[in-house]
Design a protein. Structure first.
Ligand code: COA
Length: 535
């Protein structure tokens, strides 16, 4: 494969000033991450530790193999909502390695409102289970939760993907042969009691873990019976009388060791094989991404400059390099794994969509995972393009992306607007993982375009009534819409609502995608079946 020849002058003033500007974006990102990771109140941490418990992230560190990475997902969930009282939405999810097996970990953080569930906590838990299903990953639940955050019950209890979905998923995962282990390290009340009860094996910690359908206050109210939490559903009761739990641990560390021991006896399954190459660092320094990643989305960025700083040796075998230049397609390796890359390089035209669809077919047939690098304003508009059938050609691309059965990974490195988001494997297209860079923006269209459309609609309405708008009114409307789109289009707004799996440092992109590919190998790729491509 040829090495990409970068045309960026890293000594130029424009590169240096953009890099400085990006440092501010990175500072904001790091500050938000740090304040989330250390977001619980000192008093709740002290109370937790006084009980002899480890913090959720400490538990994860001891659970996974030493010196191995943990791919934490959606750390900034619920950020900017609920007056920031739910750092990380009170739950840590991610993928780590236990006895050399990629494992999905779901850990309640009891220092955040007793580990109770708001809407975003539920979304994170369900999304993590989805990842376990799609990639056939064993699952460890570290339970330490008071269940539903009661003031929010209408947003967390009744709907299809609400609290009840956890146990439905557990049953389905079990039927698929996905091992599930629960470690009860604290409260596990009401519906939450089903997490350990539906796992393959359950560990419970002495004097800390409790499992019951109704806690002591509820029992007293219902029957008048007076009982302590320990008598009702403590470790002793469940490992010696009820049999709801299988292993008795004397403390958190012991419980984590038992869990690791369980992993020694899990079935080893056949993995998807890929033709790998020796790992090579990119020829161009990934740190240069800070000087290249688009901040002002109006300025075009050659996608090859991004690819050169993500792939092994900056080598890229480009496909159809001379055709439909607003999309860049080609093959490369990331940390030794083969990957097909589709990256935006401008607006999507008919021929762009055809090139994209063709390339997706190639990857599907060759069992090569796909990486979508999004920086897309949308499909081209106008009479000429509609007459040439842009909708039909765009549909081919969407069809190919929706049905291809190799794992898809999506990284939004610039803008993600309109139907371009769909064709480029947006969230609705089930990429195995979707990450945003902190500079990225996502909305149905850009703020200025939305303002233009809404002002036009308003003016047409008024004109029909024989009225018109004053200049100041138009400007006020434009300003309001711009502000709204600016706020709602930010990567932080997106990640807070789990429209993605997290915001990542651009420099980490290659590491994160390599982990994603490694994770995807746990489930052999299925054959792709397409429906009808409209010709
Ligand atoms: N809904 C809303 N808030 C809850 C809650 C719930 N289910 N459970 C706990 N909280 C809040 C508390 O009000 C407190 O908030 P604050 O920090 O603003 O004061 C915070 O979470 C911590 O609770 P606290 O009781 O002080 O902590 P703890 O570690 O001693 O106990 C629990 C934690 C979860 C064991 C205990 O609070 C409890 O039993 N909660 C009720 C559980 C329940 O019955 N759930 C049924 C849901 S279906």
């Amino acid at each position: 494969m040829y090495r990409i020849e970068s045309k960026i002058n890293t000594q130029s003033e424009s590169f240096k000033s953009q890099k400085l500007e990006f440092q501010k974006i990175m500072e904001e990102f790091r500050q938000k991450m740090a304040s989330t990771i250390h977001g619980s109140s000192p008093s709740s941490i002290e109370k937790h530790k006084k009980r002899g418990k480890l913090l959720a992230r400490e538990r994860i560190n001891l659970l996974i193999d030493p010196n191995t990475p943990f791919l934490e997902l959606s750390t900034l969930a619920a950020n900017g909502s609920y007056e920031n009282q739910f750092p990380a939405a009170g739950i840590i999810t991610g993928i780590g390695i236990i006895h050399s097996r990629e494992t999905l970990v779901i850990a309640n953080d009891a220092t955040v409102k007793g580990g109770t569930y708001i809407k975003e906590t539920i979304k994170k838990h369900v999304r993590a289970q989805e990842i376990a299903i799609e990639n056939h990953l064993p699952c460890v639940y570290m339970v330490d939760s008071g269940g539903v955050f009661l003031p929010e019950q209408a947003n967390v209890f009744p709907d299809r993907f609400d609290f009840g979905r956890f146990f439905y998923n557990q049953a389905r995962m079990s039927s698929l042969g996905i091992p599930q282990i629960a470690i009860v390290m604290g409260s596990c009340t009401a519906g939450g009691a089903y997490v350990p009860a539906m796992s393959d094996e359950t560990i419970i910690v002495k004097d800390q873990g409790t499992i019951f359908i109704g806690g002591p206050p509820l029992v007293k109210a219902a029957t008048g019976e007076e009982v302590t939490a320990e008598e009702l559903g403590g470790a002793d009761v469940h490992t010696s009388i009820s049999g709801v739990a299988d292993h008795y641990a004397i403390d958190d560390r012991h419980a984590l060791q038992i869990c690791r021991n369980i992993f020694e006896n899990l079935e080893l399954r056949k993995k998807q094989q890929l033709e790998t190459s020796p790992i090579e660092e990119p020829f161009y320094d990934p740190n240069e991404l800070y000087g290249i990643a688009p901040i002002d989305l109006k300025k075009p960025v050659d996608a090859r400059e991004i690819i050169a700083r993500i792939v092994d040796g900056s080598r890229f075998h480009e496909f159809k390099a001379r055709y439909a230049p607003t999309i860049v397609t080609g093959f490369a390796n990331i940390m030794g794994y083969p990957i097909g890359i589709i990256a935006n390089n401008g607006v999507l035209f008919s021929e762009t969509a055809l090139k994209g669809a063709h390339f997706v077919e190639l990857c599907g047939k060759r069992n090569i995972p796909l990486l979508f690098l999004q920086n897309i304003t949308g499909f081209i508009v106008g009479k000429e393009y509609e007459r040439n059938g842009i909708a039909r050609d765009g549909a081919k691309f969407v069809h190919a992306v929706a049905n291809v059965n190799v794992p898809k990974f999506t990284v939004v490195f610039g803008g993600s607007f309109g139907a371009g988001n769909y064709a480029m494997a947006g969230r609705a297209y089930d990429p195995r993982f979707l990450f945003m860079w902190p500079n990225a923006k996502i909305s149905v269209m850009g703020g200025e375009q939305a303002a233009g459309v809404l002002i036009q609609v308003k003016q047409d309405q008024l004109a029909a009534e024989g009225k018109s708008m004053q200049m100041e009114e138009i400007e006020k409307l434009r300003e309001n819409i711009l502000q709204k789109y600016n706020h709602e289009g930010s990567a932080y707004y997106s990640t807070s609502r789990l429209w993605d799996d997290g915001i990542i440092d651009p420099v980490d992109t290659r590491k994160v995608i390599a982990m994603g590919i490694a994770i995807s190998l746990n489930k052999p790729y299925e054959e792709t079946k397409y429906g009808i491509f409209r010709m």
